[in-house]
Design a protein around this ligand. Structure first.
Ligand code: GSH
Length: 239
């Protein structure tokens, strides 16, 4: 039986890039680590969205990854699958202690920070003014930025080959998991400490993130997502 080369047939099913925070995670990781894939973008909130997603994903949600006969859904499961299939790439940190912490903060992100998510949905088309968004959002922000400071101090900011601008030095799956939070804090002008600010700048400056954002800004606007009852202070869509 012929052995299928790694990744050749992988297909990543995602939703509108402007708004789909979950889709950004595996897409960014795969691009940053040059894992080849074909993308299928399903626009959100159309008459055909649910049916189009259901054709690929048993949960009715994206992202989903199709790798030959295998379908994986849920962003964290997709990332774990990729880390296993492409063990050669070390998508998680190489050190087992660091890897365990990276998985812990990723799981915390995956299942938490509901207030921040709800009050500040991902929207790459605008920037909104800083304002008090309530205690729960402030508490989520405090925890997220405490995680970032701690990871930077304990792992990322180390001198030498293991250092780098990301949570564990070089880019890892943990950064992909937090990328949508980075965009939210940026979009809603939420004040952060200098260490977190520098980390956010590093994520936002990633070439694959810029590629994602550029594509997001060419998509048709979805009024239901754009109308959040606030007037943007910056508009990034070209048309
Ligand atoms: N926990 C899931 C959440 C996936 C999710 O909610 N995806 C949204 C898009 S960001 C979706 O598929 N929505 C379908 C719809 O709105 O019709 C994950 O991590 O992948």
């Amino acid at each position: 039986m012929a052995v299928r080369p790694w990744g050749v047939s992988m297909k990543l099913i995602i939703a509108s890039k402007c708004y789909s925070s979950w889709s950004l995670r595996p897409w960014l990781l795969m691009k940053a680590f040059a894992v080849p894939f074909e993308e299928v973008v399903i626009p959100l909130r159309t008459a055909g969205t649910a049916q189009a997603i259901a054709a690929y994903s048993p949960s009715g949600r994206v992202p989903a990854l199709i790798d030959g006969p295998t379908t994986v859904w849920d962003s964290l499961a997709v990332i774990e699958y990729l880390a296993e299939r492409r063990a050669d790439l070390s998508l998680w940190p190489r050190d087992s202690g660091a890897r365990a912490v990276a998985r812990s903060i990723s799981a915390e992100m995956h299942s938490g920070f509901q207030a921040l998510r709800q009050a500040c949905p991902m929207n790459l088309a605008f920037r909104f003014a800083a304002r008090d968004r309530g205690e729960a959002v402030a508490a989520d922000t405090a925890r997220v930025t405490a995680i970032w400071r701690q990871m930077r101090q304990s792992y990322g900011a180390k001198a030498g080959p293991d250092g780098g601008p990301f949570l564990f030095g070089g880019l890892s799956a943990a950064d992909a998991m937090f990328a949508p939070v980075v965009t939210r804090l940026d979009t809603y002008s939420i004040p952060v400490d200098p260490v977190s600010g520098a980390y956010m700048d590093a994520v936002l400056a990633l070439a694959p993130f810029k590629e994602w954002r550029a594509a997001a800004l060419t998509e048709p606007a979805i009024a239901g997502y754009d109308d959040i009852g606030e007037t943007p202070i910056e508009h990034f869509r070209s048309a």
